[in-house]
Design a protein around this ligand. Sequence first.
Ligand code: PHE
Length: 343
Amino acid sequence: MIDDLDRIEQQGRERIASAATLDELRGVEAAILGKRSELATLKKCLADLLPDERRQAGQALNAVRSRLAAALADRRHELEDRERAERFSAERLDLTELTERRRRGHLHLVTQTRDRLEDLFIGMGFTVAEGPEVETDWYNFEALNIPPAHPARGMWDTLYVEHGAEQSTLLRTHTSPVQIRVLQAQQPPIYSVMPGRVYRRDTPDASHLPVFHQIEGLVVDRGISMAHLAGTLEAFTSAYFGGSIHSRLRPSYFPFTEPSAEYDINCIICEGSGCRTCGQTGWLELGGCGMVHPNVFAAVGLDPEEWTGFAFGFGIDRLALMRHGIDDLRELFTNDVRFLEQF
Ligand code: PHE
């Protein structure tokens, strides 16, 4: 029996040493220590020995068993270390190499999208304006026909800044306050777009981020109608998405426009026939729009009898997603170079 044990230990050690992966090692472990191993069979034979011999052989068997178990554990650590090192080198991002090869980076997809949108609207005769990200309640809400405690405030989950009177200062929840700043700073006619970062108290998921980007549009002139709004958005849609994608307006509500509409485009995945991305409707929602409310003109001292206008606001990040068929907004800000390099 002692001879058997020596042989079993010797063969066991050889098999352990030659296991090249963790998977193989698991197989070896079952074969040499498992229920159907030679050791297990020998153990059953102990019962047939005389008490003295049984004790001696039993001790020898247990010793072999624990030496093999220790050898297995050592080998497992070795293989784990090796597999981890291999994974690290496979997933490694060598950023120094990028500069050695003189490869240049490029603008982030959201910045590219914003630039493209600005270019498109400039081509259509618009100017570009910007406003602050920290706003007062008056610009973000009141001047936009949303008085304190108005139920429509619930449409925007607001992040407040500790400054001045309580809830008087906030991170802008949309780019619409820039409409007010533009109206204060210049006389109509106005044809402006206003891109920028906005903030909402939202938990990040595939379609929401607490920090995202919008582009606002504002047109104020004499005799502007809903037809101008629809025509402008349709022209924008084919310029941005190409001629096969069209837009529609769907009745909606915003306090600062009347009438208000949701701006939808044909689903860019199925082009209107219905798929998962558009929930089988064939349409994707891009943003809000409408005719500037007379109270907004009143807030900046313009005569609503003389001036008419339209406004719109879209999510820039969403526009980037749709144009490139990305399905999770969070990808844009995880900033994995391997993802960003594609655009
Ligand atoms: N500011 C609105 C929002 O963020 C969108 C909008 C802009 C609607 C302009 C109408 C006119 O939800």
